[in-house]
Design a binder for this molecule. Structure first.
Ligand code: AHR
Length: 326
């Protein structure tokens, strides 16, 4: 395994006086400027359109950005994702883009890559901020504001809900993942400010369609009076629609559905009147990853959060955007 010599003293930084200096000053592994990079992309799973679109975005950009892409799929296992990163370190990649499945279990992978002198860029999800820090343990987090996404879903509901009492079932994403934690926080805090609403159950559907369907089936029996579903992603929302239809309820009429992502199926469900809103969470990280890596190699000090701005899709604009959806 190629081990890098990790220089850290201020004196060395001064001596270098080059593009590598800002990275070293922050305690991060530097990245030399080269025509071609060997870049790892550690994906968390491939069981939904969002993940497939994200992977494709990385594969598409690899050619134009002169990357030899080393791609791994952790198949929904945080333990496998840790060993995927270890394998990238052993293969001597120049940099790693990591989409951490969960916040805590992936911290050791970040630390091992740093110790091996390989800069890590977190993409779409983050790790535990109490333990690992941007600009110190990893270069930056490229992604959306998940708290804001949850808040915007709640605000749409507050503005558009027609009934007197909103009885909400919340379908949470993967337990321990940053989007599940933050989307819950953003939505729950905002909805608590309007006494028309009550969240009667909140359970994980693991960001998956079938799990979303099964959890909805079970929760429907315990809460037959529910009339709102907040899903942390579109796949679970689509699963919930299937469960509601089997139970003889009309999604969009009997039950208001709010969600996050912006997949093709969700936009179609909005057009069909079955879903109210989906707050965008873009999976198209390839070009942003290419640009951020170039800036880092050029010696720029990278901001700790390269924020992605998200749109909102409702019946007003879903038809206009469905052709660009995934
Ligand atoms: O981390 C982003 C989330 O992960 C997306 O909303 C979801 O669909 C995916 O699995």
């Amino acid at each position: 395994m190629k081990r890098r010599i990790f220089l850290s003293s201020i004196a060395t930084v001064a001596l270098l006086g080059s593009a590598l200096a800002p990275a070293l000053a922050q305690g991060l592994p530097p990245l030399e400027q080269k025509d071609r990079y060997k870049v790892g992309f550690a994906q968390t799973e491939s069981n939904n359109p969002w993940r497939i679109a994200e992977t494709k975005s990385f594969q598409d950009v690899a050619g134009s950005c002169n990357w030899d892409l080393v791609y791994t799929d952790a198949a929904g296992s945080a333990a496998k994702q840790v060993s995927d990163v270890e394998s990238m370190i052993a293969q001597g990649v120049d940099a790693i883009f990591l989409a951490p499945r969960e916040e805590k279990p992936l911290v050791p992978a970040v630390m091992r890559a740093k110790a091996a002198g390989i800069p890590v860029f977190l993409v779409d999800r983050s790790v535990d901020p109490a333990v690992a820090k941007a600009g110190q343990d990893y270069v930056t987090f490229l992604g959306s504001d998940f708290v804001d996404q949850g808040k915007r879903a709640a605000e749409w509901l507050i503005e558009n809900f027609k009934g007197d009492k909103g009885v909400i079932i919340e379908l949470e994403g993967t337990t321990g993942s940053s989007p599940a934690n933050d989307r819950k926080k953003g939505f729950d805090e905002r909805i608590a400010q309007d006494d028309r609403f009550e969240i009667v159950a909140s359970q994980s559907g693991d960001f998956a369609r079938d799990a979303g369907r099964q959890v909805t089936e079970t929760l429907l029996q315990a809460h037959p009076d529910m009339n709102v579903i907040y899903a942390h992603n579109d796949e679970m929302a689509i699963g919930a629609i299937q469960a509601l239809e089997v139970a003889g309820k009309k999604p969009g009429e009997d039950v208001t559905i709010v969600s996050i992502d912006g997949t093709r199926d969700a936009l179609q469900a909005i057009i069909d009147g079955k879903m109210g809103v989906t707050v965008e969470s873009s999976p198209f990280f390839g070009p942003l990853a290419c640009d951020t890596l170039k800036r880092y190699a050029a010696g720029e000090e990278i901001e700790p959060w390269v924020k992605v701005e998200d749109r909102i899709f409702t019946k007003e604009n879903a038809a206009e955007h469905i052709d660009e959806a995934y």
